[in-house]
Design a protein around this ligand. Structure first.
Ligand SMILES: *[C@@H]1O[C@H](CO)[C@@H](O)[C@H](O)[C@H]1NC(C)=O
Ligand SMILES: *[C@@H]1O[C@H](CO)[C@@H](O)[C@H](O)[C@H]1NC(C)=O
Ligand SMILES: *[C@@H]1O[C@H](CO)[C@@H](O)[C@H](O)[C@H]1NC(C)=O
Ligand SMILES: *[C@@H]1O[C@H](CO)[C@@H](O)[C@H](O)[C@H]1NC(C)=O
Ligand SMILES: *[C@@H]1O[C@H](CO)[C@@H](O)[C@H](O)[C@H]1NC(C)=O
Ligand SMILES: *[C@@H]1O[C@H](CO)[C@@H](O)[C@H](O)[C@H]1NC(C)=O
Ligand SMILES: *[C@@H]1O[C@H](CO)[C@@H](O)[C@H](O)[C@H]1NC(C)=O
Ligand SMILES: *[C@@H]1O[C@H](CO)[C@@H](O)[C@H](O)[C@H]1NC(C)=O
Ligand SMILES: *[C@@H]1O[C@H](CO)[C@@H](O)[C@H](O)[C@H]1NC(C)=O
Length: 335
C-alpha cells in the first residue's frame, strides 16, 4: 500500500471517529514526551491513582483503556474520551492481576500469577471462573477470536501453551515444559507474547534470556528476532534487558519491545540486528520523556502509542507525529 494513501487514511480516521485502523510506517515517529492518560505517578488506590500497573488492554473503537492495576488487585477502566481522568473499578479483590484480555467489552480474562490461573469474568459477574489448566507463574494470556483456544505463558514452567476449549487438552507451543536454558529449544521465564493468527506464529518475550523468540507452528525451537540469541543481557542497541512484552505489526513485521529493565521502548525493523529507541532514550525517571519499568504497550487506531509505565504508576500516551514512508534502504517491509 502506498504511504500517502496511508496518511490519507490516517486523516480520514480522525474524521470518522477512528473506524479505520492506521497502517504504521516502519519509520513512524512519536512525540518523545508522553501524556498521562491514567494514573498521576503517585502510588495509591484512589480513582485517579494506580499501584504498579502491569498490563493494559485498549478497546480501540470505543476508546476504553483497561488496566491490570497489579498492587491494588483490581481492574480499572479509563474512558479516554473523558477529560476527568477518573477511572471506574470494574473488578476488585483480585490477587495480583498481571495481564488482561478483553473480549468485546463483555468478558475479561485475567492472568493471576500467584493464584496460578486465568480467570474469566463475564460482564456483571461477582466471581471469576478458571479457564484452562493450572497456570504456574501465569504471566500473560491471549484468547483467539473463535474462543477455541486460550494461550498462556507460565514463567515458572518456561513455556507458552494453548488450551483447547473443546478437548480441554493443553499443548506446549513454545519452550519445553519445566526445562530451561539459553539455546533455541528453551525459554527462560517467559512473560508477554504476541500471537500472529495469520501465520499461527508466536513471538515470546523470553524475559530471562533477554531476547524475543519467534516460534512457528509446530516448531521444535525458536528463532531470535530481537536481542542477543545467546541470552546475554545488555543496554546497547543490539540487546535487551528483561524485556516483558512484545508487539508485532503484522503488516510490516516491525517488532516493538518493552525493554523493561532498560526503561525504553525499542523498535526492531524486520530482520534487523539492532533496534532504535522510540521512547525512553534519556534513561529511567518520571519525566514525561522517561519511563520506569515499562511492562506493556498498545497502539490505538490513530497510531498513538500507550505504555504501561509500571513503577511510575501511570499509563503514558505518546502521540504519533510523523508517519512518513522510510527513505530507500531501510523500508523494511517484509520483502
Ligand atoms: C532510515 O534512514 C534514514 C536516512 O538514512 C534515517 O534518518 C532514519 O532514522 C532511518 N530509519 C530507520 C527506522 O532506520
Ligand atoms: C509533544 O508533546 C508536548 C507535551 O504534550 C508538547 O508540548 C509538544 O508540542 C509536542 N511536540 C510535538 C512535535 O507535537
Ligand atoms: C519524580 O522524580 C523526582 C526525582 O527523582 C522525585 O523527587 C519525585 O518525588 C518523583 N515524583 C513522583 C510523583 O514520584
Ligand atoms: C465515551 O465513550 C463511552 C464508551 O464508548 C461512551 O459511552 C460515552 O458516551 C463517551 N463519552 C463522550 C463524552 O463521548
Ligand atoms: C466523565 O467521567 C466522570 C467520572 O466517571 C463522570 O462523572 C462524567 O459524567 C463523565 N463525563 C462525560 C462527558 O462522559
Ligand atoms: C487530565 O490529565 C491531563 C494530562 O495529564 C491533564 O492535562 C488534565 O489537566 C487532566 N484533567 C483533569 C480534570 O485533571
Ligand atoms: C468454551 O466454549 C463454550 C461454548 O461455545 C463457551 O460458552 C465458553 O465461553 C468457551 N470458553 C472460553 C474460555 O472461551
Ligand atoms: C489429548 O491429549 C492426549 C495426550 O496428549 C492425547 O492422547 C489425546 O488424543 C488428546 N485428545 C484430543 C481430543 O485431542
Ligand atoms: C535476514 O538476515 C540474514 C543475515 O543478517 C540473512 O542471511 C537473511 O537472508 C535475512 N532474511 C530475510 C528474510 O531477509
Amino acid at each position: 500500500m502506498e504511504f500517502n494513501l496511508i496518511l490519507n487514511l490516517a486523516i480520514l480516521s480522525l474524521f470518522c471517529g477512528s473506524i479505520i485502523s492506521i497502517n504504521l510506517s516502519p519509520c513512524a515517529k512519536w512525540n518523545s514526551s508522553g501524556i498521562a492518560v491514567a494514573g498521576n505517578s503517585i502510588y495509591g488506590s484512589s480513582s485517579n491513582e494506580l499501584a504498579n500497573p502491569t498490563g493494559i488492554f485498549l478497546d480501540k473503537g470505543k476508546k476504553i483503556l483497561y488496566i491490570a492495576d497489579h498492587n491494588n488487585g483490581r481492574i480499572q477502566v479509563f474512558l479516554l474520551n473523558n477529560s476527568s481522568n477518573k477511572s471506574i473499578t470494574l473488578i476488585s479483590n483480585l490477587k495480583y492481576p498481571v495481564r488482561i484480555y478483553v473480549d468485546n467489552q463483555e468478558t475479561i480474562y485475567i492472568a493471576l500469577d500467584t493464584s496460578k490461573r486465568i480467570e474469566k469474568w463475564i460482564k456483571g459477574a461477582t466471581q471469576g471462573v478458571q479457564v484452562g489448566q493450572e497456570c504456574r507463574g501465569c504471566s500473560a494470556l491471549w484468547i483467539d477470536e473463535e474462543k477455541d483456544y486460550v494461550y498462556m505463558s507460565e514463567w515458572i514452567r518456561n513455556r507458552v501453551s494453548k488450551w483447547s476449549n473443546e478437548t480441554e487438552n493443553t499443548t506446549t507451543v513454545a519452550g519445553q515444559s519445566d526445562r530451561t536454558g539459553a539455546t533455541n529449544q528453551f525459554l527462560n521465564g517467559p512473560k508477554g507474547f504476541y500471537f500472529d493468527k495469520k501465520s499461527d506464529t508466536i513471538y515470546v518475550a523470553d524475559t530471562g534470556n533477554h531476547r524475543i523468540q519467534k516460534w512457528l507452528k509446530n516448531a521444535e525451537q525458536g528463532i531470535t528476532v530481537a536481542g542477543s540469541s545467546s541470552g546475554k543481557r545488555g543496554e546497547d542497541a543490539a540487546s535487551l534487558w528483561f524485556p516483558e512484552n512484545v508487539f508485532i505489526d503484522d503488516q510490516t513485521n516491525v517488532i516493538y519491545v518493552t525493554d523493561t529493565n532498560n526503561n525504553r521502548i525499542q523498535r526492531w525493523l524486520f530482520n534487523a540486528s539492532q533496534a532504535e529507541t522510540i521512547i525512553g532514550a534519556s534513561g529511567r525517571g518520571n519525566r514525561t520523556d522517561q519511563l520506569n519499568h515499562p511492562t506493556d504497550l498498545a497502539f490505538d487506531d490513530e497510531g498513538n502509542l500507550y505504555v504501561c509505565d509500571s513503577y511510575n504508576n501511570r499509563v503514558q500516551m505518546f502521540q504519533l507525529i510523523d508517519n512518513q514512508l522510510c527513505s530507500k534502504g531501510n523500508n523494511s517491509i517484509n520483502e
